[in-house]
Design a protein around this ligand. Structure first.
Ligand code: BTN
Length: 317
């Protein structure tokens, strides 16, 4: 790890408190000049660092630059591979590529401040502008079969709800199958992609991509998203995205260890009991959503009064 990274980690761990140049130099076993140079370089990268005579250096609380060093400070298992980008094509695309190239630890992840080619379900794009969200793709070796892949999406939905409640104090709703809502608007999308062993039907690895709309984008949401998309935080509210990213990963790794669909996924789902619109390639139909089954599928009552069980379909409220 570079001196700059080690320094950033120390500052992040004590965000808001002053650390003297001498203390930092001693902890890192470098000269005070080297500390000063690394500070200068961090500032040039945009980190808000205060320097006060006789007190030392402090990373400002408002600093919200996403960094691997900062996320690692809050991870329960820091022995994972972390890559953080200010801009990237797609965190899921990059995570998947890395996992194909070499075996990385379970729970490794790629995070970004913005994505140029953010991907959604069914080949759709996911709007990922800079400074307004958190885009994260986590690598899992889940020890599950293809039939159990819904368990990962469900685990991720529950994990994000728990992490958002802990970090932002906001309770989100789950909308079957992979969306999180707040006050009737989508604020998070989840995309689970798995690479399977064709012979055994087991999942070799999966990449769970999570896109959160935290703040209103600078120019607002574009086009038809304006009606559908919302944000987790309102004007004037702020969250430490590094801490939030770590909290999501910590929660996800716990949820995914559990067998089956988490009870919270069913309990926090807003679909049951509602008239919903189902979209397939050629037509839409309005049906009654009855319940989410124990294996995470949606049980509906169709136009003819018959029960149908769906595994993955586009649903709107
Ligand atoms: C959906 O709503 O259809 C799923 C959206 C998933 C978006 C996330 S953002 C992080 C990760 N990288 C991507 O390109 N997509 C997922």
């Amino acid at each position: 790890m570079s001196t700059k990274s080690k320094l950033l980690e120390l500052l992040e761990k004590q965000k808001g408190s002053y650390l003297s140049g001498e203390e930092l130099a001693q902890q890192l076993d470098i000269s005070r000049t080297a500390v000063w140079k690394a500070m200068k370089s961090l500032r040039q990268e945009g980190y808000q660092i205060q320097a006060v005579t006789n007190k030392g250096y402090a990373l400002c609380q408002e600093n919200d630059i996403l960094s691997g060093e900062a996320v690692r400070c809050f991870l329960e298992n820091p022995e994972v591979e972390i890559q953080v980008f200010q801009e990237i094509s797609s965190t899921s695309q990059v995570m998947k590529q890395k996992a194909l190239e070499s075996r990385l630890p379970h729970g490794s992840f790629v995070a970004a401040n913005s994505q140029i080619e953010g991907r959604g379900r069914k080949g759709r794009s996911f709007y990922s502008p800079k400074g307004s969200g958190l885009y994260l793709s986590v690598l899992l070796y889940p020890g599950k079969t293809v039939q159990e892949s819904l368990e990962m999406t469900a685990a991720a939905a529950v994990a994000v709800c728990k992490a958002v409640r802990e970090s932002c104090g906001v309770s989100l709703d789950i909308k079957w199958v992979n969306d999180l809502y707040l006050q009737g608007k989508k604020v998070c999308g989840i995309l689970t992609e798995a690479v399977t062993d064709f012979e055994t039907g087991d999942i070799e690895f999966a990449v769970v991509g999570i896109g959160l709309n935290l703040y209103e984008p600078e120019e607002g949401f574009p086009g038809e998203l304006r009606q559908k998309a919302g944000t987790i935080l309102q004007k004037g509210q702020q969250v430490d995205r590094n801490r939030l990213a770590a909290c999501i990963v910590n929660c996800l790794l716990k949820e995914v260890e559990k067998k089956g669909i988490p009870g919270e996924y069913i309990a926090w789902n807003i679909i049951p009991g509602r008239k919903i619109k189902l979209h397939s390639d050629f037509k839409s139909r309005i049906v009654l959503a009855e319940r989410i089954s124990e294996d995470g599928r949606l049980v509906i009552r169709n136009e003819q009064g018959q029960e149908e069980i769906l595994s993955a379909t586009d649903v709107s409220l």
